[in-house]
Design a protein around this ligand. Structure first.
Ligand code: GRG
Length: 299
């Protein structure tokens, strides 16, 4: 089997483990039935689980057993799902479909979709705070990891990025804008899936700084590819409108730079991610392959 297939299988395995964990975790909580259904609709709905997979794969490389890091890995997926539910709302992107199914608010109504997003975001922290200490991690390391996680989700991270996304009319420097929005909206959380488990493991400053740079470039490349797939690869995806961003005039890497230049930028960011991780040596070599795998993804 070649590296590409190995990685595909690895991500598939992590996804299956995470799907089961999220389902079990949700089932254990005493939640009003309507809210539980509304959360499950989006949380257990076929996402790629890229963020928890990165967290799990890195943790193994840092000597943390997979079971121990699951509460943090799951927290990433819960918060990510919360952001997607809110992103689709009529007051934001007003999307009817997500992952090939009707969006949360289309099925459960806006009020429930807001509540499901709120609940999932808080659940992410609640679950990590309850479960990580039981795994024997140093308390300071837990606080550092959750601080990184919170920072990625907060005003300087995802919420800041989404604010920029909503204020496109006021943009003067379009190129600068897409980079800033992309880093806040997408790269901060992807990066945190690496730096947070590293903090949990008490990794040293050198490892942290390489992972930080790798995660930033990986995250930017991921968003550029997402923008490219929105106009090229999404034709077969049920419910996704090809070229939506182009038609709506939304600023993305593709609408600002054009398709060819956007492809080149994604390649450059992938190369920068690889350059950032190589100095950490063979134990982290899988992240070179992951960067290449993400660059070539088709969904
Ligand atoms: C509630 C935390 C929170 C934030 C509110 C709405 C909002 C602010 C932020 C939205 C940010 C957003 C939609 C970022 C997009 C990131 C992105 C590239 C999503 C696609 O990720 P994939 O490809 O999707 O991993 P799947 O479906 O596989 O999970």
């Amino acid at each position: 089997m070649n590296h590409k297939n190995d990685l595909r299988v690895l991500f598939e395995q992590k996804k299956e483990i995470m799907d089961r964990y999220l389902s079990d975790t949700l089932a254990k909580r005493d939640i009003p039935e309507r809210l539980a259904q509304c959360i499950a609709y989006s949380l257990l709905n076929g996402g790629k689980r890229v963020r928890p997979a990165l967290c799990m794969i890195l943790s193994e490389r840092l000597g943390i057993m997979q079971d121990k890091v699951m509460p943090l890995a799951a927290a990433f997926e819960m918060a990510h799902t919360a952001s997607l539910i809110h992103d689709d709302l009529p007051c934001m992107d007003n999307d009817d479909y997500r992952r090939g199914k009707l969006t949360n608010h289309k099925v459960y109504g806006e009020a429930m979709a807001v509540l499901a997003g709120d609940a999932l975001l808080v659940f992410a922290f609640e679950h990590a705070l309850q479960e990580l200490p039981k795994q024997g991690f140093d308390k300071t390391n837990i606080l550092n990891a959750l601080g990184i996680f919170a920072n990625a989700l907060g005003p300087a991270g995802i919420c800041g990025g989404q604010t920029l996304d909503m204020m496109q009319d006021a943009v003067k420097d379009e190129e600068n804008y897409v980079w800033d929005m992309c880093e806040r909206k997408t790269a901060t959380l992807l990066r945190a899936t690496l730096t947070a488990p590293a903090a949990l493991a008490g990794a040293d400053g050198k490892i942290m700084s390489h992972l930080y740079n790798y995660g930033t470039h990986l995250g930017i490349s991921f968003q550029i590819v997402d923008d490219i797939l929105d106009v090229t690869g999404s034709v077969q995806e049920l419910g996704k409108t090809p070229g939506k961003d182009v038609k709506s005039g939304k600023l993305t890497f593709v609408t600002v730079y054009g398709l060819q230049r956007a492809k080149k930028l994604a390649e450059e960011e992938t190369s920068k991610a690889i350059e950032a991780i190589v100095p950490l040596g063979g134990n982290f070599k899988i992240f070179v392959e992951i960067a290449e795998h993400f660059a070539g993804r088709s969904k």
